[in-house]
Design a protein around this ligand. Structure first.
Ligand SMILES: NC(=O)c1ccc[n+]([C@@H]2O[C@H](COP(=O)([O-])OP(=O)(O)OC[C@H]3O[C@@H](n4cnc5c(N)ncnc54)[C@H](OP(=O)(O)O)[C@@H]3O)[C@@H](O)[C@H]2O)c1
Length: 347
């Protein structure tokens, strides 16, 4: 706000509207808006908005004008302080989105000004402009619209990893019943399709009849609400008591992969230990894979994602696109049970 404050002091007779106009003339695009977290806590309380000067890309880096960024549960979890050992304050949230290269640092080759890319590997998408190493930027095909391109990373690539993990566990045998919790979530719907494609029998687990009805519009398989079916494996994003109940019921020789904790609680470790001979329990975090996979492998997975988005089965429903200045409204909508799809931010 420093420039705004200076103008308001220098021209005390100006109305707010005039201060804003002069601010935009003075800044000439050098100032941008960004979301910032300076203390851990409830995302709606601690994510602020501020104006700041754009940086300059260094050697091997590019500057990207963000066109669309997604709002995912995984953007908000670090804000609460859940991963404070690896989250340095202050930081700009947002792990996923699409932008256009506006400046190239020294020594960057293979990328061009005007090219659309997905910058991955670190948070920072909830701001007007982002500087990232060129090696963490992946080209977006021209035929993909910004809205879907902005969601081509986190959920599709995690869904591929989860289905690969199940296939590896069952060593290519098919027909197993695989439960998917929070099955009407964006990633849940992708998993239902990918599991069926891989020869498994997906079982959708949802928490309410209303969600079951909504999911039935796009999924014709088994949908379970408020009971605990016997399953060969569970891909779980919920954890807590619901996760514990599913874990108890998994058939011997099965697997339980936890990749989220929407309930706010993990599985009971004593339970996991008690069944360790019968059920293979593991966590799966996309972040770990992305930071160890070769760039060519990540690029190949993006190609799979783009193909699935074009075909529709990896496209995510969109509830609302908010301007970055409307972030408080976006965060309120994220928690709204009537939300019907993803929220996007247009910085
Ligand atoms: N490990 C990783 O690397 C990784 C990567 C991607 C995603 N994830 C995780 O995957 C999960 C889903 O992400 P998303 O982007 O697909 O979310 P999303 O599209 O925003 O959907 C989340 C849905 O989950 C359901 N839900 C919320 N709390 C629940 C609870 N306590 N019990 C059961 N269902 C609940 C809600 O559906 P209803 O209100 O309709 O019931 C909600 O709409 C998140 O936990 C996220 O962190 C993890």
């Amino acid at each position: 706000m420093a420039v705004h404050v200076y103008i308001a002091k220098r021209y005390p007779d100006f109305a707010d509207r005039d201060v804003c106009r002069l601010f935009h003339v003075v800044s000439r695009g050098k100032i941008m808006l960004r979301a910032v977290v300076r203390a851990f806590g409830d995302p709606r309380q601690v994510i602020g908005l501020e104006e700041t000067e754009r940086g300059t890309p260094g050697s091997g880096e590019v500057e990207i004008r963000i066109r669309r960024a997604a709002v995912n549960p995984s953007d908000l979890i670090p804000v609460t302080g859940a991963y404070r050992s690896r989250t340095a304050l202050p930081f700009v949230p947002g792990f996923e989105g699409v932008g256009e290269i506006v400046r190239l640092g020294a020594g960057v080759s293979g990328l061009a000004i005007g090219q659309r890319v997905l910058p991955i590997g670190a948070s920072g998408l909830w701001q007007g402009h982002l500087i990232r190493p060129a090696e963490w930027c992946f080209a977006v095909p021209d035929d993909l619209a910004d809205d879907q391109a902005a969601m081509a990373y986190v959920n599709p690539l995690t869904a591929f990893r989860l289905v690969d993990a199940v296939s590896t566990h069952f060593r290519g045998t098919t027909g197993r019943r695989i439960g998917v919790t929070a099955a009407a979530s964006a990633i849940g719907k992708m998993l239902l399709v990918l599991l069926a494609e891989a020869g498994f029998q997906p079982v959708a687990l949802v928490r309410s009849a209303a969600t079951a009805t909504r999911l039935a519009e796009s999924f014709s398989g088994e949908i379970v609400t408020a009971s605990t079916p016997a399953l060969d494996a569970v891909l779980d994003a919920v954890g807590g008591e619901a996760g514990n109940a599913l874990f108890r019921n998994i058939r011997p020789g099965g697997a339980f992969i936890q990749y989220g904790a929407l309930s706010g609680a993990q599985l009971d470790p004593a339970l996991v230990t008690a069944r360790r001979e019968e059920v293979a329990f593991s966590f799966l975090w996309l972040r770990n894979w992305v930071h160890s996979a070769p760039r060519a492998t990540i690029a190949a997975e993006f190609d799979r994602s783009f193909t699935g988005i074009r075909a529709g089965y990896l496209a995510s429903a969109i509830d609302t696109v908010f301007a970055l200045s409307e972030l408080p409204a976006a965060l309120a909508r994220q928690d709204d049970p009537s939300r019907t799809g993803k929220l996007l931010i247009a910085p």
